[in-house]
Design a protein around this ligand. Sequence first.
Ligand SMILES: Nc1ncnc2c1ncn2[C@@H]1O[C@H](COP(=O)(O)OP(=O)(O)O)[C@@H](O)[C@H]1O
Ligand SMILES: [Mg+2]
Length: 268
Amino acid sequence: MNLLEVGGLKVWERASGHVIVRDVSFSLKQGECLAIVGESGSGKSLTCRTIMRLQSSRLAHSGRLLFKGMDLNALSARQFRKLRGRHICMIMQNGMRAFDPSRAIGVHLRETIMQHYDWSHSEFIDNITSAMASVMLKEPLDMMRKYPYQLSGGTLQRVMIALAIALKPDLIIADEPTTALDTITQYEVIEQFMKLRERIGCSMIFVSHDLGVVRKIGDHVLVMKDGEVVEQGSVSSVYDAPRHAYTKYLLTSRAMLRNHFRQVMGVL
Ligand SMILES: Nc1ncnc2c1ncn2[C@@H]1O[C@H](COP(=O)(O)OP(=O)(O)O)[C@@H](O)[C@H]1O
Ligand SMILES: [Mg+2]
C-alpha cells in the first residue's frame, strides 16, 4: 500500500478563482524519498503545505489526499493536529522561523513531543539527548537551554532533524531545508537527512532546487513548472533520459554551471 497518495490536486485562490497548482498526482511508498524540483514559484511549497493542511485560508483545494489509506480531507482540525508532528513532520527552509524566539529550545522540544507522547521527564531527556547526539549535536543539555537566536541556521536544522528522530514520524516533508545554509553546512545537513531515513525508516518528500542533492537523496523525482507536474519518474530515469524540454533545460543548465565552475577553478 502507498503511504501517501495525491491525486489530481488543485489549489486556487478563493476570491479570484485563480488556479495556482493543478492536477498534481503522485504516490509515495513506505521508506521512499520523493524529490520535488522546479523553479521558484512553481508550486512546490504550496503542494506540501496543502498536504499538511497548513496553507492559507484564502486558498481552496480539491483532489485526493490519502495517507495510509486514510482520507486526509475528511479529518477534523483536531484529528489533523494529532497527525501532524506525530505521523507527518514538516521541516521548513528556515530553522529560525520554526522556533518561537522567546523560548528556550528545550521548552519547544518538550512541548512538541508532549503533544504526542506521554513520556516522563527523564524519558524525554533520554530520547531527545540521544536523538541530538545522533545528528552530532554536542552538549545537548546545554543546547536546550539556549534560545534560537543563539544558534546557527545549520544547528537549528539539526535540532529539527533530532526532533523528527525523536517523534519517529512515518513521513517527513522537508521544504528546501538547506537553502538558508552555507555550502559546507548544507552538505552536513544533507548527510543527516540521508541517515534519518535509515534510522527511522520513514518516507520523505524532499523539496530542492539543487539537482545534485536530489540525485543523492531521491528515489523518485517530480519536476514542477507553473503549478503543474511536467515530468516524474525514478531519479536515474529522469536524469539519464529526461523527456520534457524543461527537465532537459534544468539538467543542461546544471551541467553548464558545473563545467563553468571547473574551468574557473582550473580543474579542466
Ligand atoms: N497564500 C497564497 N495566496 C496566493 N498565492 C499564493 C499563496 N501562497 C503561494 N502563492 C503563489 O503560489 C505560487 C507558488 O508558490 P510556492 O508554492 O511557494 O512556490 P515554490 O515553493 O515552488 O517556490 C506563487 O506564484 C505564489 O505567489
Ligand atoms: Mg518554496
